[in-house]
Design a protein around this ligand. Structure first.
Ligand SMILES: [Zn+2]
Length: 206
């Protein structure tokens, strides 16, 4: 027999609190499950009756941004003052928390910052960003580097200074772009959905 609507509407654990311990200093956060479970699979599967959820790998300054976003979904703070390095760290936090909505927001902010002045930075900077990135962020930085630099420059630089992993991906990207000339351009906000994590049946962002 189906439950009455009122009872079903009241989420069973909305009154509980998820306690999270973040960073080496073990800063404690007390999160409302209704908000925390909205987009994060990690929190969705968390046991709210057990000990605090330990997240030592990320520092509280990074987690603060996630919490702020979780409650008001406002990315203005990140867009205004964050560095690429910090954005990579936020992206990894989104992976750890299994929160694709947050990852997509970090991706949008990265592209938004990238297109503003210029993506151009040089091989070594791109390599650094690529090596500290993960997931779709890898694809983004490889595309930016491949469009911004000539293959001949990369061959020269690659002889002594480029990481093998980065170099291999870059050569693959040149091959991909060679097969499809429309890919020979820097990412813009119109392309952002190419770098998002969506479920297979989810529509593309407009
Ligand atoms: Zn999208």
């Amino acid at each position: 027999m189906a439950e009455p609507p009122a009872k079903r509407f009241k989420a069973a654990d909305c009154n509980d609190i998820i306690i999270v311990s973040v960073g080496r200093e073990q800063k404690k956060y007390y999160l409302y499950p209704c908000d925390a479970k909205k987009t994060s699979d990690l929190f969705r599967n968390a046991d709210t009756t057990g000990p605090p959820l330990n997240i030592p790998r990320f520092d509280p300054e990074t987690f603060d941004i996630y919490v702020e976003w979780m409650y008001d979904r406002n990315s203005a703070l990140i867009a205004a003052k964050d560095s690429y390095e910090h954005l990579m760290e936020l992206y990894k936090l989104g992976e750890y928390l299994e929160d694709s909505a947050f990852r997509n927001m970090v991706m949008d902010t990265t592209i938004e910052i990238g297109v503003k002045p210029t993506w151009a930075k040089g091989n070594i900077e791109f390599q650094h960003l690529f090596l500290i990135a993960s997931g779709a962020m890898h694809r983004l930085w490889i595309r930016v580097c491949a469009v911004s630099t000539k293959p001949t420059d990369v061959w020269v630089a690659g002889k002594g200074t480029l990481d093998d992993f980065f170099f291999r991906y870059l050569i693959e990207e040149y091959a991909t772009m060679g097969g499809d000339p429309t890919k020979f351009r820097l990412p813009t906000m119109e392309d952002r959905c190419d770098y998002h994590d969506h479920d297979a049946d989810e529509p593309r962002c407009t």
